[in-house]
Write a protein that binds this ligand. Structure first.
Ligand code: 5GP
Length: 175
């Protein structure tokens, strides 16, 4: 079995990816070790249970939030709902426009993915500027849900993404 410190050590850094000047954090080595994934998922589940509040839906962000989100939802015994880029989700959707590095982008959620009054935990791999997570908070608010926590593998604390967010943030690695 893996310890959480061993899981942290699996995250790698790639300078100048996907473009010059960017230091990319790669979480995929974790997925080469099923027991590391299990340790990570259990770690998140414990943090979420410590909230001491009913969780109804785990919301995962496109695309790496889809790797952990459903695994966390299964362990909690609750629903999973994806936030996706525009045009990927069928049926009625709510949408929000948010600013990315090179211009605006649109995130969507299925309107029936969440009922009014439900409690949500947002999951993604990395918090940078907080723009993506803020957009997800906005979608949950449009559906009258409440975000209890946003949880990440990595937070780039210098970018102060958490200051954009209404709900508290948990990150396994702060750098
Ligand atoms: P933000 O919206 O907070 O500025 O950026 C966060 C989003 O960008 C997340 O969905 C995350 O997956 C992606 N992202 C930005 N930088 C990195 C990185 O270095 N590594 C990984 N894995 N994802 C990143």
């Amino acid at each position: 079995p893996y310890t959480i410190e061993q899981v942290k050590a699996l995250v790698r850094e790639f300078p100048d990816f996907p473009s010059k000047g960017i230091l990319f954090r790669d979480i995929f080595p974790i997925f080469r070790h099923p027991e590391a994934v299990e340790c990570l998922v259990d770690h998140f589940v414990e943090r979420i249970k410590e909230l001491g509040q009913r969780v109804d839906v785990v919301v995962g962000l496109d695309a790496r939030g889809f790797l952990f989100g459903p695994l966390i939802a299964i362990k909690l015994g609750v629903a999973f709902a994806p936030v996706r880029k525009r045009g990927k989700l069928p049926g009625e959707v709510v949408s929000v426009t948010y600013m990315k590095e090179y211009g605006p982008d649109v995130f969507e959620m299925q309107a029936d993915a969440l009922a009014a009054g439900q409690n949500v935990v947002i999951i993604d791999d990395l918090l940078a500027t907080g723009g993506s997570c803020k957009a997800a908070e906005d979608l949950v608010a449009q559906l009258k849900g409440k975000v209890l926590l946003s949880a990440f593998v990595i937070s780039l604390v210098g970018l102060e993404g958490d200051k954009k967010l209404k709900a508290p943030v948990y990150a396994l690695i702060e750098c």
